[in-house]
Design a protein around this ligand. Structure first.
Ligand SMILES: [Fe+2]
Length: 200
């Protein structure tokens, strides 16, 4: 199946003032669309044509860098839009996930700090993550279009720290963007949904 650009699950104004309409227009309509369009061109005629996206991402890693970069970013962005919602963030984490975070990472507050710190310290373009690895929730980070999928883990929350994700609203203040993401944007219900799937 060819890649298709999903609609945002909310309006372009819905995440303001933490993420503006202008950022979402560029990020979704131009950047994500380019990953979809380029990915489709690079997918055509390869052994991965018609395969599920996760299989394409894992299979092309280290073998077909052009396809991997676009397929990886397509995967990351599909979930990124759903990892946010208006009036998100805060401490309303569904019970099972909250317990697991406390057991594996110490506390919700520590998890938030460590997650943001992973994003701040990712050198250059990339992502920071919460992922399930070997049955535990871990903080991870990755470069460019990579994700925990190619690090032997299952992503359950990711924040895009490419400059295209924050430069319009925050200029060079990546730490402020990460704090706003954690405090005001994260859709913990969707994180819990991915955690339930990853934990199976
Ligand atoms: Fe992005």
């Amino acid at each position: 199946m060819a890649f298709t650009l999903p609609d945002l699950p909310y309006s372009y104004d819905a995440l303001a003032p933490y993420m503006s309409r202008e950022t979402l227009e560029y990020h979704h309509d131009k950047h994500h669309k380019a990953y979809v369009d380029n990915g489709n061109k690079l997918l055509a005629g390869t052994e991965w044509e018609g395969k599920p996206l996760e299989e394409i991402v894992k299979g092309s890693f280290g073998k077909n860098p052009g396809l991997f970069n676009n397929a990886g970013q397509h995967y990351n962005h599909i979930h990124f839009w759903k990892w946010m919602k208006p009036n998100g963030g805060g401490s309303k984490i569904p019970g099972d996930l909250e317990k697991k975070i406390i057991a594996d990472l110490g506390s919700v507050e520590k998890m938030k700090e460590d997650f943001a710190q992973a994003g701040v310290t990712q050198f250059g373009s990339g992502w920071c993550w919460l992922a399930v690895k070997d049955g535990k929730i871990a903080i991870m980070k990755s470069a460019n279009g990579e994700s925990p999928l190619v690090q032997g883990a299952s992503p359950i929350l990711g924040c895009d720290v490419w400059e295209h994700s924050y430069y319009i609203d925050y200029r060079n203040r990546r730490p402020d963007y990460l704090k706003a993401f954690v405090d005001h944007l994260v859709n913990w219900d969707y994180v819990a949904e991915m955690y339930e799937k990853a934990a199976k």
